[in-house]
Ligand binder design. Structure first.
Ligand code: 5GP
Length: 218
């Protein structure tokens, strides 16, 4: 068994992707978040190795040189990057990798993994986005809103778009996208990912042992 799916979740800052991401991680089996690297300093409560790997700019630039990132981008004034090794580790365990990254990163990942599934999370309105950023006590609100207006039109290039109006509903929608991927016959049979089907040993033996008598795609 090898190779799960790569999921890209992008959204403007304040749209709720961290909350949505955390709920997905709790509710979707086989899903693991890729901990990414940033040069910004930790917010209150954020932990190194849990929320991000917080590195200095020098350390980050060295990692770029060594080719350690699957993608990297400058967002606001900081660098952010996805370590290749993290993604490879998750996929090699047959799990799905959740990348919560900005749109620049999303485009880079899609180039390298054309089968990656990209999901754009939209806030219901710009007014609501501003409210959420303000409630969060974010420092760079105007800068983040300006950035959001540049990112939002990119939603049309993603595979899926989900609106985070009612949190539970947004999570359910993304969850159903993820669960239906794991039901793709190609995923189940080509990679021998049978475990989530909870099949009896007898039917498993039939599936593995016999060829289909019609050889057409249905
Ligand atoms: P924040 O500073 O609010 O945690 O994140 C700012 C933006 O950077 C968010 O859109 C977040 O998804 C994105 N981001 C976090 N990690 C990465 C990464 O590794 N690569 C890219 N391209 N964006 C990232």
């Amino acid at each position: 068994m090898y190779g799960g799916f790569v999921y890209i979740l992008s959204a403007p800052s304040g749209a709720g992707k961290t909350t949505v991401g955390n709920l997905l991680l709790r509710e979707v089996p086989y899903l693991e978040k890729v901990i990414t690297v940033t040069t910004r300093s930790p917010r209150e409560g954020e932990k190194h190795g849990v929320d991000y790997y917080f590195l200095s700019e020098d350390e980050f630039l060295k990692k770029i040189e060594k080719g350690e990132f699957l993608e990297w981008a400058r967002v606001y004034r900081y660098y952010y990057g996805t370590p290749k090794s993290e993604v490879e580790r998750i996929l090699s365990q047959g799990k799905d990798a959740l990348l919560i990254i900005d749109v620049q990163g999303a485009f880079q990942v899609k180039e390298k993994f054309p089968n990656a599934v990209s999901i754009f999370l939209l806030p219901p309105s710009l007014g609501e986005l501003k409210k959420r950023l303000t409630l969060r006590g974010e420092r760079e609100i105007e800068e983040r809103l300006e950035w959001a207006k540049k990112e939002i039109p990119c939603a049309k290039h993603f595979d899926y778009v989900v609106v985070n109006n009612v949190l539970e509903k947004a999570v359910e929608e993304i969850k159903s996208i993820m669960l239906s991927n794991r039901r793709k016959a190609a995923f189940v049979f080509n990679n021998e990912n049978y475990q989530s089907l909870h099949l009896g040993e007898d039917i498993l033996q039939v599936i593995k042992g016999e060829d289909c008598h019609g050889n057409k795609k249905v």
